[in-house]
Design a protein around this ligand. Structure first.
Ligand SMILES: [Zn+2]
Ligand SMILES: [Zn+2]
Ligand SMILES: [Zn+2]
Length: 500
């Protein structure tokens, strides 16, 4: 049928049908809903066959190119009765949604698409906008580029050959100039980071702002601090950022980059996260450490469990001997850069003060002499409960790090005396957020190293890193309040009196 020829007749019929539709009582529950475009097209086709008097929105649009989905307007009075909004039902949500663009053919994109379909040009052969870009004068592009950040400007010049010829090399030279400006250095790093995906064999060196070739690709392993362990040949090895894990081990930022690259792209770009997790035995003390890492919302979380068998009744000198390395007078267990300020060492000493005196069992006493003292004989396996000062978890206010000090009963397999095997063990667990691995000079990484000011309570709120970390294994950290590690807000470092 030709719609053009019967137009007047249709309009007449259309008017009566509209009147009938308006007067017909609506079925209960037959509310207007947004049906998918395909379904509504089917309804329209059916109604076309059964009732020729219904003129849909489709039929009045002249010269619709073949292949275009039929546009449906729910609010047009001439749509079929089941779809029509006659004003009897007032649905605010639907009215609001009707303000959205629904298959409109007025946008530039839709018009271009109609044009392509009309001329039978497939999407893959769409003409690039190069000519349009080239038609604008170079000076205009340079003005546009001058309003961008140096990183965006360089990325714009790199995006196509046409733009490169229009903008020239000036955006790239700007990243190198002036040479010693710290801000320019970080712009250059930001620009180079965008190339990470193209360079699996290289790694971005932050002090040099250069990609160095990885000299032991895929075989990079964490080694003790005093072992030469080069990831690449760099003229500034001393400027590399690293974080202290224990007395003998550090985590270089290069390893953080490698695990993030492997996670973001493919394994050949870096290292599997599991290769960082280690069990470390201290050579100069009885302390034993276990490190584990975990990705959470684009951040690298770290947990270090440090433990050592503890003896009760130690004098102050004995406590220091137990807790501090004699090499540099730092704790044997893992700490953030702010351990000297606040209560961390006092909490450890308080926990040790709850350990009972060494167990003088009857057998032990008889071995040393004839007489036994009953007052000294205690039960062997005794659980130590800590006080309100040393039991709660502590959060460093200056970096995203949390500490928990515990006393546990553990078996000492090296002890030949079976009676004495179960001993009190001091366990210091530390959880840290090491940041998103993009920049060692800012964010959580720099905060843990004590390089920037950071308010951990404002950043992390009530959710503890410990809770996030342990929930990945299905464990829950016993619910308890988190206390500040430094409630008085002291920032005295080595000058303070609390740390030794
Ligand atoms: Zn370098
Ligand atoms: Zn205590
Ligand atoms: Zn800290």
């Amino acid at each position: 049928m030709s719609y053009q020829g019967d137009h007047s007749l249709q309009v007449k019929k259309n008017f009566t049908s509209r009147l009938a539709t308006a007067l017909r009582p609506k079925k209960r529950g037959n509310r207007l809903t947004k049906t998918p475009p395909g379904a509504s097209v089917q309804v329209e086709r059916k109604s076309d066959v059964s009732n020729r008097s219904t003129v849909t929105q489709n039929s009045v649009v002249p010269n619709r190119p073949p292949g275009l989905p039929a546009a449906v307007n729910f609010y047009n009075k001439s749509t079929p009765a089941s779809n029509a909004q006659t004003g009897e039902l007032w649905d605010e949500a639907e009215m609001l949604h009707s303000l959205l663009r629904r298959d409109s053919q007025d946008s530039l994109n839709s018009l271009n698409r109609v044009e392509r379909i009309r001329n039978q040009i497939p999407d893959s052969e769409r003409k690039p906008g190069e000519d349009m870009i080239a038609s604008l004068p170079a000076t205009l592009w340079q003005i546009i580029s001058s309003h961008m950040t140096p990183i965006d400007s360089a990325n714009l010049a790199l995006s196509s050959k046409t733009l490169l010829s229009l903008l020239g090399t000036s955006p790239f030279l700007a990243l190198n100039f002036p040479k010693n400006n710290a801000e320019t250095h970080w712009y250059k790093i930001g620009f180079l980071l965008g190339m990470d995906i193209f360079l699996p064999d290289h790694l971005l060196c932050y002090p040099c702002a250069t990609y160095h070739r990885r000299i032991q690709k895929g075989k990079e392993r964490l080694k003790a601090r005093n072992v030469l362990n080069l990831i690449y040949n760099c003229p500034n090895p001393k400027l590399q950022s690293r974080h202290r894990l224990t007395v003998e081990y550090e985590l270089p930022f290069t390893f953080v980059q490698l695990v993030f690259r492997a996670q973001q792209y493919r394994l050949e770009y870096g290292l599997q996260l599991e290769t960082l997790s280690r069990r470390l035995k201290s050579r100069e003390s009885e302390w034993f450490h276990q490190t584990r890492y975990f990705f959470h919302k684009g951040h690298l979380l770290l947990r270090v469990i440090s433990k050592s068998f503890a003896v009760g009744g130690l004098p102050p000198a004995g406590l220091r001997n137990f807790l501090y390395s004699r090499e540099d007078y730092t704790p044997y267990f893992s700490v953030c850069a702010h351990w000297r300020d606040g209560e961390l060492m006092n909490v450890c000493k308080c926990a040790l003060s709850h350990v009972p005196l060494p167990d003088f069992s009857a057998a032990h006493q008889l071995r040393n002499g004839q007489k036994t003292n009953r007052a000294l004989i205690k039960s062997r396996a005794e659980f130590v409960s800590l006080c309100s000062n040393c039991r709660p978890m502590r959060r460093c206010p200056d970096c995203p790090t949390e500490y928990l000090v515990e006393m546990k009963l553990e078996e000492d397999r090296s002890d030949s005396d079976p009676v004495q095997r179960f001993k009190q063990c001091m366990v210091v667990t530390r959880w840290s957020d090491l940041g998103d691995g993009r920049n060692p000079a800012e964010g959580e990484w720099a905060a843990c190293n004590g390089e920037i000011a950071y308010d951990s309570f404002a950043h992390m709120g009530r959710r503890a890193i410990a809770g996030v970390f342990e929930s990945q294994n299905g464990f829950t950290v016993p619910g308890q309040g988190i206390k500040s590690l430094n409630p008085k807000g002291e920032r005295r470092g080595e000058e303070g009196h609390n740390w030794y």
